[in-house]
Unconditional design. Structure first.
Length: 147
């Protein structure tokens, strides 16, 4: 599930930087709370839209300080893991992938949609079993030891 990917990104950042950046440590509790709440809602349909998370504004309009704390966490997580938004790149898929990682709402929705398309064939009753939701751990340091 997507939570495991988030934990792996935190591990990768720790390995590459030698530590977890302080802003991620400070913002993690709000990000964990928002992510786990969205993951636990279990309201899925063919037109799944995560209603408990907000999308980022246009990349050109982003002022990280003006974002909600959970949005800041995912934005910084993407910057630390993948570098800054690839403004100069002509590769639209690279730009979209970066946005999907930086925007927690898009990250959640894409995971659920991929599961719906590949596994459910319109049967949403068993989606939660297919997603096997893994919640983010209580403390960011616990991400380093999670499998």
């Amino acid at each position: 599930m997507a939570s495991t990917a988030i934990m792996n990104e935190i591990k990768d950042i720790k390995i590459s930087k030698g530590h977890i950046p302080q802003d991620l440590i400070v913002l993690y509790p709000k990000a964990k709370e928002a992510w786990n709440r969205a993951l636990g809602t279990n309201v899925y349909s063919s037109q799944y839209s995560c209603t408990t998370l907000s999308s980022l504004p246009k990349i050109s309009d982003i002022n990280p300080a003006a974002l909600e704390e959970y949005q800041q966490f995912f934005f910084y997580l993407a910057e630390y893991k993948y570098g800054p938004y690839p403004t100069q790149s002509r590769d639209q898929f690279r730009k979209l992938a970066w946005i999907e990682k930086a925007d927690c709402k898009k990250r959640m929705e894409s995971t659920v949609r991929a599961t719906l398309i590949s596994n459910c064939h319109g049967d949403f009753e068993d989606l939660n079993k297919l997603l096997k939701p893994v919640f983010l751990p209580e403390n960011i340091e616990d991400c380093l030891t999670a499998d």
